[in-house]
Write a protein that binds this ligand. Structure first.
Ligand SMILES: Cc1cc2nc3c(=O)[nH]c(=O)nc-3n(C[C@H](O)[C@H](O)[C@H](O)COP(=O)(O)OP(=O)(O)OC[C@H]3O[C@@H](n4cnc5c(N)ncnc54)[C@H](O)[C@@H]3O)c2cc1C
Length: 393
């Protein structure tokens, strides 16, 4: 396919990257990138980190406006797609319709809004507009309560504490970042945040938000500002209405094709088979999103039949601590901590992930080790004292 009409829904990290990769691969046909936000495509990771301190929106931008003209990519911003009709291969948006030969869904996620009375008093942290609202609100605030002790809640907490605010994090689970890291790493970050002066409440479901703060475990935590960071939901409704298979995301095969061969899905909204286990996974990471875009562009432009085999990796910056994860562990995996603090996670006998803090060398070695879905056994790593470099795959 070198000349058909490609429409990309969602002008975030994945949508932009797909358009960029298509042109880089030599795609000549018309490309339309359509997004519901009013901003040029931008990076989200700094929203919970540097941006809250600097407010520099220009540095988040992934490409200048001139790029879209130069590359002949039609960019429609502030324009939500409202319907997909696979039979006629058309999408409807706020101001018209578009016909496609291939459609790429890059609709990302939205914040999960638990059913808590008064939640309208809490601010979100998902979009550039959210982050700007939060940044301005922090200028006059002295105290902040964060609902959720996952990556985003803790990154925000570290920034707020660094700015001198009193910070309380209420986490419903018994440990921090429980969905994504081992118990040992949760404990490590619990100590770090407490050492920074943040109050961390665990097993603490928030039952109410009001103008004075939050109520968690029956007690009131006073806060000038409440931030919601309780997880996300993939934006799948449009795909579902169009009859596509959904399974905690828009379901794809290993080529990132949905149940309709004229529609691909990418990034945070896509559920795809993990190359190591075949399990359907949905990752919220820039790396997976970018690699998805590359694979789809090669398929559409060169007819490549490659399967998605990239090693997943994640990072989170919390004050001076860079947490990096290579691979993909699930909460039941067994975790073993090396003397220097690196954590090795195993699903049964097989390595699933390696977690490190401020240790880029071990992180890179782990990524090499897990290339192509490889899964070294616990015996091998045990015999090597959990040193990665001497292992021959
Ligand atoms: C605060 C924050 C911090 C993060 N930190 C990290 C990090 O440290 N490391 C990391 O790897 N990842 C991080 N992430 C996750 C990372 O940003 C995402 O994995 C990445 O943005 C996913 O790209 P995407 O294109 O799938 O979705 P997004 O970038 O979210 O883009 C989706 C876009 O689609 C638009 N859209 C949705 N529905 C429609 C519709 N019907 N019509 C038109 N447009 C639509 C949305 O408005 C949005 O602009 C962070 C995310 C946030 C919010």
């Amino acid at each position: 396919m070198t000349s058909g009409r490609i429409v990309i829904v969602g002008a975030g990290q994945g949508g932009l990257q797909a358009a960029v990769c298509l042109r880089q691969e030599g795609y000549l046909g018309p490309i339309t990138l359509i997004g519901s936000e009013n901003h040029l495509p931008y990076q989200r990771p700094p929203l919970s980190k540097a941006y809250l301190k600097t407010g520099q929106a220009d540095s988040l931008r992934l490409r200048p406006l001139s790029f879209f003209n130069d590359q002949n990519i039609t960019l429609l911003l502030g324009n939500a797609v409202t319907n997909i009709d696979p039979a006629t291969q058309q999408v409807a948006h706020c101001s018209g319709t578009l016909v496609y030969d291939h459609l790429i869904l890059a609709m990302g996620t939205r914040n999960l809004r638990p059913d808590i009375p008064g939640l309208e008093h809490a601010l979100d942290l998902r979009t550039l507009d959210d982050a700007e609202r939060l940044r301005l609100a922090m200028i006059d605030a002295h105290s902040v309560a964060v609902i959720g002790g996952g990556f985003i809640g803790l990154e925000f907490a570290a920034v707020a504490r660094g700015l001198g605010l009193q910070v309380t994090v209420a986490e419903a689970a018994p440990r921090l970042m429980a969905r994504v890291v081992s118990p040992q790493m949760s404990e490590h970050f619990l100590k770090l945040h407490r050492a920074m002066g943040t109050t961390i409440m665990l097993n603490a479901s928030v039952s109410q938000v009001n103008a004075k703060g939050i109520v968690a475990c029956g007690s009131t935590v006073k806060a000038d500002l409440v931030v919601l960071a309780a997880g996300v939901r993939p934006n799948t409704e449009l795909a579902q209405q169009a009859g596509l298979a959904i399974d905690n995301g828009v379901r794809t095969n290993a080529h990132l094709l949905t149940s309709d061969p004229a529609i691909s899905a990418i990034g945070d909204c896509a559920a795809f088979p993990d190359p190591a286990t075949g399990r359907l996974v949905r990752l919220e990471s820039v790396q997976a999103t970018t690699d998805h875009a590359r694979l789809i562009a090669r398929r559409l432009t060169k007819g490549s039949s490659d399967k998605y085999t990239s090693v997943p990796w994640f990072w989170s910056d919390q004050a001076e601590n860079k947490l990096q994860i290579a691979g993909f562990a699930t909460p039941g995996d067994v975790a073993i901590m090396r003397a220097d603090g690196a954590v090795f996670c195993f699903e049964g006998d097989y390595l699933s992930a390696v977690e490190t803090v401020n240790d880029p060398r071990t992180h890179m070695q782990a990524r090499q080790l897990l290339v192509g879905g490889a899964r070294p056994t616990r015996d091998i790593l045990d015999n090597q004292g959990y040193e990665i470099s001497p292992i021959q795959r």
